[in-house]
Write a protein that binds this ligand. Structure first.
Ligand code: ZN
Length: 67
């Protein structure tokens, strides 16, 4: 993985930020748009598969798709 400092070359690109919520019971992962206040280990929505409480396991940014 490249150093984060390399991102300065792409400062004009507005990245989309996503949050991954993971279920501790069945490992179901749900990707959704990042919302203000999100942080890793924060409780997420109920699992769509088994109804357990999910937790945010990852927050990441990716470049917008080129159209
Ligand atoms: Zn689950």
């Amino acid at each position: 993985m490249p150093a984060s400092s390399s991102a300065v070359h792409e400062k004009k690109i507005k990245y989309n930020v996503f949050t991954i919520e993971e279920c501790p019971a069945c490992s179901q992962k749900t990707k959704r748009s990042f919302q203000a206040g999100d942080y890793v280990t924060k409780e997420g929505a109920k699992c769509a598969k088994c109804g357990n409480q999910t937790r945010i396991s990852l927050i990441y940014a990716e470049p917008p798709p080129k159209t």
